[in-house]
Design a protein around this ligand. Structure first.
Ligand SMILES: [Zn+2]
Length: 392
């Protein structure tokens, strides 16, 4: 099983200079290889394979000992593979549109400032050195050096690849590690989990996890900053300062939210054998928020706010974190088709009415907590019984 870690790296000034050069050299290689493919295609309608290009690396490296020759050969192969992948995608699109008037986008040359990552195979020009104690680990890259890395969470498993990546002024090391699943002891608890708007989640046995408070506070700060930025003159120093502050707020929010998702998912995986969740299509949901099957014809203003809450809650990120944690702990996650799970009564199956976000009303059983009802329907649909705690 694969697991990815994205960690902030802190190269020294000289290391950063060499890393920039590494990206530039790889960009040059990428563009040269693209050039070769373009010509072959234009002149002879012939496609050049990854193998053809990889076989030339030896000669290229020998001819340029102070440039291409300094870099890891396997990393260069990865860059050629990357080009190969974008070509594969292009050829597929071209085949599909044959005979149609539509033009198919040919892979493009990358400008230096947009070429922002190089992939290394561990043990071939790159090495991961975990931290002994504390949070500082190191990653070594050929032609760059031994770079300090903030290991903000423990790296588990055997590191297979290391990616050096630039994002604006920041540097990151992305590790892909192989993890063996370590099954946790059985707990006897199996629940349905409803992800909601008013609360972050509700389980079918009644556990409630509220939306974290930082969301509201951050949203308020972001709205304020956006308003202030809108009042500044385009191109002014004030505006670019606000833009940076805004970007920082967003970054903080994303990090806090990811952290919250990890902790919440950890808690569920530690205490449950099986978990049933909605099979999410958040994009589809927000697109059709003008009127869903379950809540036709609500007023538009409320929907806009609801929409934003849905996106803010970050359900899809949470779901994928939960699925990954469950897999590495030998737990079962069942993704359930969510049609009517929040609107049918979990006891009698009758279609309820939903006049407010948090309550559904069954004609037989009266008012029900909408999220709890949804969680119990998910549990039942996944074959986990009612998912309610059984009295001991
Ligand atoms: Zn009922």
């Amino acid at each position: 099983m694969k697991h990815a870690y994205k960690l902030r790296a802190y190269p020294t000034r000289p290391q950063e200079g060499r890393a920039v050069r590494l990206l530039a050299d790889h960009c040059e290689l990428y563009n040269a290889a693209l050039q070769e493919r373009r010509e072959a295609w234009r002149r002879h309608h012939r496609s050049i394979s990854y193998g053809d290009q990889s076989a030339q690396l030896k000669a290229i490296r020998a001819a340029d000992p102070d440039g291409q020759g300094r870099h890891s050969c396997t990393a260069q192969q990865q860059t050629l593979r990357r080009l190969n992948a974008s070509f594969g995608a292009f050829l597929k699109r071209a085949r599909r549109s044959k005979g149609k008037a539509r033009r198919v986008g040919y892979p493009r040359f990358k400008p230096y400032q947009r070429f922002d990552q190089v992939l290394f195979v561990a043990g071939n020009g790159a090495k991961w050195q975990p931290a002994d104690a504390g949070r500082w680990a190191h990653a070594s890259f050929q032609a760059v050096g031994r770079v300090k890395v903030n290991r903000h969470r423990p790296v588990v498993g055997r590191v297979k690849t290391l990616q050096l990546k630039r994002e604006g002024r920041r540097w990151f090391v992305i590790l892909a590690a192989d993890i063996e699943a370590v099954p946790l002891p059985a707990t006897g608890r199996s629940v349905g989990v409803d992800l909601g708007v008013a609360r972050f989640l509700t389980t079918s046995d009644g556990e409630i996890i509220a939306n974290p408070r930082f969301l509201d506070a951050a949203q308020q700060r972001i709205v304020d900053l956006q308003r202030r930025k809108a009042r500044t003159r385009p191109g002014s120093g004030n505006r670019s300062r606000l833009r940076r502050t805004l970007a920082k707020e967003w970054r903080t929010l994303r990090n806090q939210r990811r952290d919250f998702h990890h902790k919440t998912a950890r808690g569920l995986v530690d205490t449950c054998d099986s978990l049933a969740l909605e099979h999410l299509r958040v994009a589809a949901m927000t697109a059709t928020a003008a009127g869903t099957v379950e809540a036709p014809g609500r007023n538009v203003a409320a929907k806009a706010g609801l929409n934003r809450s849905i996106l803010d809650a970050g359900w899809s990120q949470f779901t994928s974190i939960l699925v990954a944690k469950a897999a590495s702990a030998g737990r079962r996650v069942i993704l359930v088709h969510p049609a009517y799970t929040s609107i049918d009564c979990h006891t009698c199956g009758t279609r309820c009415t939903r006049s407010r976000q948090e309550i559904v009303v069954c004609p037989v059983h009266g008012e029900l907590d909408a999220d709890l009802n949804g969680a119990r329907n998910l549990a039942a649909r996944a074959g986990l019984g009612s998912g309610q705690a059984t009295a001991a």
